[in-house]
Design a protein around this ligand. Structure first.
Ligand code: GDP
Ligand code: CA
Length: 313
C-alpha cells in the first residue's frame, strides 16, 4: 500500500510515527511544509522537515516535541555574548549541525529535496520525506504593531517571538504562487492508494502545502481522510486557533473540515468530544484523537486507514 501525507511539525510528526506502526508494510511519502523555513545566522532552518526527521528518526526532544534530545545551547550563548541574535529562536548545538550541513549543501547547488534526502540518510525515518517545493516559500503574517504600525513579519517571528499575541490581519505563503512541487511530489500523490491529512495546523502547515500550485488538485483526485487537530473547539496544543481566526474560520472540528471541503477530503476523523458533528459531503467518524502515547496514536492512524478503505472507490 502507498500512503501520502502532507505534514507540518509536531502534530504531523507524532501522527506519522503512529501511522508507521499501524501500516508497517506501507510505503509512506511525507510532503513536508517549508513555509516555516527561515534563515538565521546565515543558516537555512527548516523546522517542520526537521521535526518530522527527528521524531521518526528517534532524535527528537520528546517532552518539547521539537528540537534534539540531550541538547545543549553553547553556540547560542556564545552568539549572545557577541550581541548576535535573534535570541528568541532556540537553536541548540546538535540542531546547529543539521542546519550547517543543509546550508553547505544548498550553497553547493543541491536542491532542498536532495539535501533533505541526504539528511534522512542519517536519520532513517522509515518514510520518504520530500519538501513540498524546492523553491523558496515563506509564510508571512500581517500584524498591527502598536509601535510600528501595520507590517508583515515572518511567521516564526509572529509564532515564536510574539507567541501570536498580536492578532494576525492576514497570513500568506509568500512565493507559493510561483513555486513548483518538488521532484517526486506529484508522482507520489498520483501513485498513492490513500492520502491522509494528519492533525497538523490546517492554515500554516497543511494550508501552505496546498498553496503550491498542483498539489491540491492532485490530492483532490484521491481518497483523502483527515484527522482533526481541533478537539472540543480548541487546538490540542499550540495556537492554531489564532491562525484560523486570521482567515475567518471558527475553531471547531466541523469548520476545519469545511475549510478543506468535500472536493478535497472524503473522510474526517473527529474526537469523541465532537461526536455527532456532521459535514456535508464528508464522511465523519468519531474516535479518541489524543495522541497521548504510541498506542493511542497508532489506533488513530488505523482508524484513518479503515475509513479510507471504506471510502475508496
Ligand atoms: P507545528 O508545525 O509544530 O505547529 O505542528 P503541526 O502543524 O504538524 O501540528 C500542530 C497541530 O497539531 C495543532 O493545531 C494541534 O492542535 C495538533 N495536535 C497536537 N497534538 C495533538 C493530538 O494529540 N491530537 C490531535 N487531534 N491534534 C493534535
Ligand atoms: Ca510548523
Amino acid at each position: 500500500m502507498k500512503i501520502v501525507a502532507p505534514a507540518g511539525g509536531i502534530g504531523g510528526a507524532r501522527f506519522l510515527r503512529g501511522l508507521r506502526k499501524a501500516a508497517p508494510e506501507a510505503e509512506i511519502t511525507v510532503i513536508g511544509n517549508t513555509g516555516d523555513d527561515i534563515s538565521l545566522f546565515g543558516l537555512r532552518v527548516c523546522p517542520d522537515l526537521d521535526t518530522v526527521m527527528y521524531t521518526l528518526g528517534g532524535g527528537i526532544n520528546e517532552e518539547q516535541g521539537w528540537g534534539r534530545a540531550d541538547e545543549t545551547f553553547t553556540v547560542k550563548a556564545e552568539l549572545a555574548e557577541y550581541g548576535v541574535g535573534p535570541g528568541w529562536f532556540g537553536l541548540g548545538d546538535r540542531d546547529f549541525a543539521t542546519h550547517i550541513v543543509r546550508t553547505q549543501m544548498l550553497a553547493a547547488g543541491y536542491r532542498l529535496s536532495a539535501v533533505t534526502e541526504a539528511l534522512c540518510d542519517r536519520w532513517r525515518p522509515g518514510v520518504r520525506l520530500i519538501p513540498m517545493t524546492d523553491d523558496q516559500v515563506e509564510t508571512h503574517v500581517v500584524v498591527d504593531d502598536p509601535e510600528q504600525g501595520r507590517r508583515a513579519i515572518h511567521f516564526q517571528e509572529w509564532w515564536v517571538r510574539l507567541r501570536a499575541s498580536l492578532p494576525a490581519v492576514s497570513i500568506a505563503p509568500i512565493g507559493a504562487q510561483d513555486a513548483k512541487p518538488a521532484p517526486g511530489v506529484l508522482e507520489a500523490i498520483e501513485a498513492a492508494d490513500v492520502v491522509l491529512f494528519p492533525p497538523s495546523n490546517p492554515v500554516v502547515s497543511i494550508g501552505t502545502v496546498l498553496s503550491v500550485p498542483g498539489i491540491r488538485e492532485a490530492f483532490a483526485e484521491k481518497t483523502v481522510v483527515g484527522i482533526s487537530p481541533i478537539i472540543g473547539d480548541a487546538p490540542v496544543r499550540g495556537m492554531a486557533d489564532a491562525c484560523l481566526t486570521a482567515i475567518g474560520v471558527e475553531t471547531s472540528a466541523r469548520a476545519v473540515a469545511e475549510l478543506y471541503g468535500p472536493e478535497l477530503i472524503d473522510g474526517w476523523l473527529v474526537d469523541e468530544a465532537d461526536a455527532g458533528v456532521e459535514v456535508e459531503g464528508i464522511a465523519v467518524r468519531s474516535r479518541p484523537l489524543l495522541m497521548s502515547d504510541d498506542a493511542a496514536t497508532e489506533a488513530i492512524a488505523a482508524a484513518a486507514l479503515e475509513l479510507a478503505r471504506e471510502l475508496a472507490p
